[in-house]
Design a protein around this ligand. Structure first.
Ligand code: TA6
Length: 282
């Protein structure tokens, strides 16, 4: 039927190990960050830099970092990029197995120290459904008696063999901001990669595909009209922490998001669920 066990990385980070007839996966308690997902009989669907040594306190450079309660830089320049959730220890609330499918639920308790960043009484959960498809849901509930707004992203790193052979499709009709310029209308349906690419898309359809030499990776979103498409290319790769200078050749990020005009605004007692579904399509 499969197993779900807990263990500890050599550098101290605790993780959950999942091994079922459908997939193998690993989720760290820090950031509730999945860093490995491999459907049985298929290739892994997540990428991690070999330059990352899994030191406590750093977001792992790969898998799916959770950017919350803001994406990118906060209005306060002293606040951490992409929020604080990805470096905090989450709690594993539940593990369920049904018909070889594993459901995990993680929650993050906002510490007194982190109330400097996020003083609002909200609940945040990360749900995983692990089968031959990886589904991840970021659930926010507003427990305040006033409206709160936030931005967020599931910052997924994908393995793509060779960036020069990658085409990302499913972008027609969208617009994007890049390097603080725009918005620009998306030309055509697909994106090829010949330079640093850091596009924050809005008005984006729910499904994109990554056409790689190993096959097509399908990335579907729910309750999201925005996503980020990122490859650092040569020069930025030299400046990134825990990233090899040639890592840009074998990875791309396509991040399910709620950013810009697609930010999440919650009335009192309202909830929102951002979901990404990832699978090999062919
Ligand atoms: O999602 C793209 C991006 O905002 C890039 O601009 C780059 O900064 C990347 O995130 C990585 O950010 P990190 O804080 O994980 O190094």
């Amino acid at each position: 039927m499969g197993s779900v066990t807990t263990s500890k990385h050599a550098n101290g980070l605790e993780y959950v190990d999942i091994n079922t007839p459908l997939c193998k996966a690993r989720v760290f308690m820090q950031g509730a960050q999945i860093d490995y997902f491999e459907p049985v009989g298929q290739k892994p669907l997540l990428w991690v830099s070999s330059a990352d040594d899994y030191q406590p306190g750093n977001g792992i450079r790969g898998g799916i970092p959770v950017c919350w309660p803001w994406f990118g830089m906060s209005d306060n320049p002293d606040f951490p990029q992409h929020g604080f959730a990805r470096t905090r220890i989450w709690s594993l609330e539940s593990v369920k197995m049904r018909n070889q499918i594993v459901d995990l639920k993680f929650t993050l308790k906002i510490s007194e120290e982190d109330k400097q960043y996020w003083p609002h009484d909200t609940s945040v959960e990360l749900l995983f459904t692990l089968s031959d498809t990886l589904s991840v849901s970021l659930v926010n509930t507003n427990n305040c008696d006033y409206e709160v707004s936030l931005t967020q992203a599931l910052h997924t790193y994908f393995p793509i063999n060779d960036i020069h052979q990658l085409t990302a499709s499913g972008f027609s009709g969208a617009k994007y901001i890049e390097f603080a310029k725009g918005p620009f209308p998306q030309e055509g349906d697909s994106v090829d990669f010949t330079r640093e690419t850091d596009r924050v898309y809005t008005n984006l359809g729910e499904c994109q595909e990554l056409h790689t030499p190993d096959g097509i990776i399908e990335v579907r979103r729910e309750n999201s009209q925005s996503a980020v498409l990122w490859n650092p290319w040569i020069e930025k790769s030299q400046r990134l922490s825990r990233f090899n200078s040639d890592d840009y050749l074998t990875m791309v990020c396509l991040e399910a998001a709620n950013v810009l005009e697609d930010k999440v605004t919650l009335a009192p007692n309202e909830s929102h669920t951002l979901t990404t579904h990832i699978r090999w399509k062919a």
